[in-house]
Design a protein around this ligand. Structure first.
Ligand SMILES: Nc1ncnc2c1ncn2[C@@H]1O[C@H](COP(=O)(O)OP(=O)(O)OP(=O)(O)O)[C@@H](O)[C@H]1O
Ligand SMILES: [Mg+2]
Length: 230
């Protein structure tokens, strides 16, 4: 079943065309890997799906709905969850509070309202369980801003899991991680695979993509080129 469809997507940034007439179809449970040189537009592609960048032309459909006129929050409410190349956690909240905010339905006012006014009582034990799965259980009461880069990445991926997403976009999920931390990321991907959540994973590490993806594309000159043998 077709879940995500990108048709003739064009994104210009300044004078240059970063993404040019790009097409992609992602089916239920499919894990798509994308690699490419620095600056080839991998992050921009994820930004476009999340409506974090304006696209100049083309269409993106998620479960048949066009995303072009939606806000970032609206797309998140449809079940699209992402992690960033540079983890975007809430540094002034505790590690556990970050998880609770992810574990709470996103209201139209965004996650802050959800965190401070509407987090259900069962959110805390559930969030503790997600933290343990990321190997961050002992840091629950620490401010997230005190975590190392690798721990922030794990926290963000834990938050993605906690959202019980329907589409997951991971931007360089293994970059800068120890082998042990990479194993936590792998098991998070494994958990989403079991749930048949479609994923787009952007990486420079081809081995990591080969391990976790059903199909791999190279982003080159604004186009996705399917890699044979994957
Ligand atoms: N906010 C922005 N404003 C203008 N140009 C931008 C912006 N963000 C990215 N770009 C440009 O868009 C192009 C694609 O950038 P993008 O970050 O998507 O590449 P990438 O493939 O993710 O690279 P990397 O592997 O280094 O993360 C680059 O030429 C970059 O300079
Ligand atoms: Mg990038």
């Amino acid at each position: 079943m077709l879940e995500l469809e990108i048709i003739d997507l064009i994104i210009r940034r300044g004078e240059s065309t970063v993404v040019g007439k790009l097409n992609l179809k992602v089916t239920k449970g499919e894990r798509v890997g994308v690699f490419g040189a620095n600056g080839s537009g991998k992050t921009t592609l994820l930004d476009a799906i999340c409506r974090q960048v304006h696209f100049s032309a083309g269409k993106i459909y998620w479960q048949g709905r066009p995303l072009a006129n939606m806000s970032t929050v609206q797309v998140a409410r449809l079940g699209v969850a992402r992690s960033f190349q540079f983890p975007q956690i809430l540094p002034n909240l505790t590690v556990l509070e970050n998880l609770i905010s992810a574990n709470t339905p996103i209201s139209k006012d965004g996650i802050f309202r959800a965190l401070f006014f509407r987090s259900p009582p069962e959110a805390e034990p559930r969030s503790q369980a997600y933290l343990a799965r990321c190997g961050l259980g002992i840091y629950a009461r620490d401010l997230a801003g005190t975590l190392s880069f690798g721990q922030r990445r794990l926290l963000e991926i834990g938050c993605v899991l906690a959202r019980r997403p329907q589409l997951v976009l991971l931007d360089e999920p293994s970059a800068g991680l120890s082998d042990e931390a990479k194993r936590h990321v792998s098991s998070a991907i494994g958990e989403m695979t079991m749930k048949r959540v479609p994923m787009i994973i952007v990486e420079h590490d081809l081995n990591f993509l080969a391990q976790h993806c059903d199909v791999i594309y190279q982003l080159e000159d604004g186009q996705l080129v399917k890699q044979q043998g994957y």
